[in-house]
Design a protein around this ligand. Sequence first.
Ligand code: SAM
Ligand code: SF4
Length: 328
Amino acid sequence: MFDGFGRKIDYLRISVTDRCNFRCQYCMAENMVFMPRTELLSLEEITLIAERFIGHGIKKIRLTGGEPLVRRDMRDVIQRLGRKVKTGELAELTLTTNGSLLTEYAEHLAYHNVRRINVSMDTLHPEKFAEISRGAKVDQVLAGIAAARQANIKVKINMVALRDFNQDDLIPMVEYCAEHGHDLTVIETMPMGDVGADRKLEHIKAEEFISPLLERYSINPIEYKSAGPARYMGVEPLGLRLGLITPLSNNFCDSCNRLRLTTDGKIYMCLGHDAHVDLRAAVRNEGIEAVDQMLQKALKLKPLRHDFNDQLEGSAKILERHMNVTGG
Ligand code: SAM
Ligand code: SF4
């Protein structure tokens, strides 16, 4: 599949639920209202749609949310899509999770061919972790990560860079990741949905956020490339691979290879735009074959780039959609 600008699209992110057992301050409002369950795609719909997408050239799928592991039939979703890795139809099935339920899920994930996961953790400091997630326990996440490693799943930690909040926590995080063999990615905040905070005040460029590392370590760009938008550097002598996701300070839309399926069956072609097609309605009315035509329509809608910068500067409207609907 190619979009209107000639970019090859082979990566699908599926938000399997908008619900979550955390309430991270940059992601959700405190009193978040979730979609009625009837709006959610069923297990059957998710797998049929994913299979159809695979038929059109999707090679990698990331399951995300909300918190994907709070979905009741998540074991079945993993099992069915994991089969596609076994048959070679999918090159990779991965997951982004807050890690809190990994002790229950790690073995199931590994058994069904999930070899790598991303776990979000913005600080190792218990009180600060509870503050940013509005009540969650970092120890539970650390135990989940340990269970994943035990099951032989490679872990990458996602750390959102928050001005005046967690820059001091970067060195402990870097040391923890190096010690345990995890990659680390620093992500700039994106202005998605009203969370009751000033998005401009919380934002800090990733380059600025990592500047304390320069005093202690040698940091150099490396060739490594993942399926996502991060650019990587090596942190020596720790031997740590550090990724930066810089949607605002260093645009990477030129190489975007992704499309996103939401919990309620919409295809969004860009995290930072509202343009979408309603796949669920089409599939429910016309059957699974409707995917083919809707995909062609969606590919034409993919914008050249997001306009998060304009949103942050106030010259474009902040999106109403929160991150948990389209998934990170
Ligand atoms: N619940 C899972 C988790 O936290 O990993 C998966 C969904 S979460 C929406 C996916 C990623 O998006 C997480 O790494 C999270 O930190 C990040 N995220 C959420 N809101 C964001 C925002 N406004 N800007 C940048 N990253 C955000
Ligand atoms: Fe939940 Fe992930 Fe959003 Fe945090 S970032 S509230 S864990 S969906």
